[in-house]
Design a protein around this ligand. Structure first.
Ligand code: CTP
Length: 407
């Protein structure tokens, strides 16, 4: 969520300034670009060298960079930032911000910043409770600034109470939430199925397929990066996830996939079923390993439950259902028939006849067809890019103004 975000950290004079070193380190680790502005008072608590080393950028303190009078452009800094986070925000800095006072670089940047501004107050218990501070914070909130509430605990004065700056981890969590709430799929719940299913013959053997799960995992990552809350129901795989907004449910058989998906679909806005589910399973599973001597040449098979078809029956008006079709012949006709048969909104067709498309490959070539038979053909792309294309089409459908695909 914080990857490639430009974060401007303002550090004002408070003992909690030591925590800003951890905050900068965590932000850089999360992939953010970080610049730091300190007030003169803050330099008495932590050295600019510490923060410039951790942020990998020079720390800015004065209006001018050097004796020649080259200035630190506070307007540019304010425009560069996706967020200005003042942590710690001392009682003095809060009071100046609330009253438009502009006697240092941090305050000038605050006044000219067009991005969201968040502040993490840090001060002694009585200062925090003083009517002047309470009024100043209310005033800042009325300007649209976000307050990252301080914690309760032992303060530098030895007193116990409110006023301890929020921990760096809490500030990171707060920022992640703020950024995710402005994303296009924020607040949407999406179910994704991925990977193969294994249908047990006996304790050591199964009927399975070559699906790697890569397409479904790429979809889950893309959806989560656009703010969706994703439930990923996946069969056996060797993949890993990076986004924390994905809840993974591991399953093995088609029956387990069915049960987990039907449950998750109840609260979902969208379901994308990319799993390669076995269509048949052994009529019974042997409790012991079947010996060569006792094996019959035939295994009786029975159909598995069709999760996509069931979700098509359960689907409510506002829910979107997306299926996948892997075909070898009469691709488009077969895919269109599946839309009707399973009550889908969209189907993602990939053909085994296309080079670079299919199970284990890192790339895929798809055509998306909607329930009105409008279709879009895409070029061969990496599965991550294919996931972007699919998610963009879904995003447009979630916006009531655009109901159909452009053919
Ligand atoms: N699917 C499912 N549960 C099953 C079988 C399939 O949820 N038991 C889903 C797949 O995840 C995919 C879609 O159904 O999204 C298409 O699967 P496919 O096996 O191609 O379609 P079938 O209806 O089984 O038709 P056929 O095998 O004849 O092509």
């Amino acid at each position: 969520m914080l990857k490639n975000k430009n974060i401007l950290i303002g550090v004002s004079g408070s003992i909690a300034a030591y925590k800003s070193a951890f905050l900068v380190r965590l932000l850089v680790k999360a992939g953010a670009n970080v610049k730091v502005i300190m007030t003169e008072a803050a330099t008495g608590f932590i050295t600019p060298l510490t923060l410039s080393t951790l942020s990998k950028n020079p720390v800015l303190i004065d209006f001018t960079k050097n004796k020649e009078g080259e200035w630190n452009n506070h307007v540019e800094l304010g425009l560069w930032a996706d967020a200005l986070v003042i942590a710690p925000a001392s009682a003095n800095t809060i009071a100046k911000m609330a009253n438009g006072i502009c006697d240092n670089l941090l305050l000038a940047t605050y006044l000219s910043a067009r991005c969201k501004v968040y502040l993490a107050p840090a001060m002694d218990l009585d200062m925090y409770k003083h009517k002047a501070t309470i009024d100043n914070l209310k005033r800042l909130q009325s300007f649209g600034n976000g307050i990252i509430a301080p914690g309760n605990g032992e303060l530098a004065s030895g007193l116990f109470g409110e006023g301890r700056m929020a921990e760096p981890e809490e500030i990171i969590e707060f920022l992640e939430k703020q950024f995710s709430s402005s994303l296009p799929l924020s607040g949407k719940k999406v179910l994704v199925t991925a990977g193969p299913t294994y249908e047990a013959i006996d304790p050591v053997r199964f009927i399975g397929n070559h699906s790697s799960g890569k397409m479904g995992f790429a979809l889950a990552e893309e959806l989560a990066s656009q703010g969706a809350d994703v439930t990923l129901v996946c069969g056996p795989n060797s993949l890993s996830l990076t986004n924390k907004n994905i809840s993974k449910i591991d399953i093995t058989s088609a029956e387990e996939l069915y049960n987990a998906s039907v449950k998750a679909f109840k609260n979902a806005d969208v379901a994308i079923l990319s799993a390669a589910v076995a269509d048949y399973k052994p009529a019974s599973t042997a409790k012991q390993k079947i010996k060569k001597t006792e094996a019959t040449k035939n295994i009786e098979l029975v159909p598995t439950k069709d999760t996509l078809a069931e979700l098509g029956k359960l689907k409510k008006t506002k829910q979107l259902l997306v299926g996948f079709a892997l075909e070898t012949n009469n691709e488009v006709e077969n895919a269109k028939a599946k839309i009707k048969k399973k009550n889908l909104d969209l189907i993602v067709l990939n053909s085994l006849n296309d080079k670079g498309a299919g199970f284990k490959s890192d790339s895929n070539k798809i055509t998306i067809i909607d329930k009105n038979n409008k279709s879009i053909k895409f070029e061969l792309k990496s599965k991550a890019e294919v996931a972007k294309d699919i998610v963009n089409v879904i995003s447009k459908l979630l916006n009531p103004k655009s109901q159909n695909l452009k053919s």
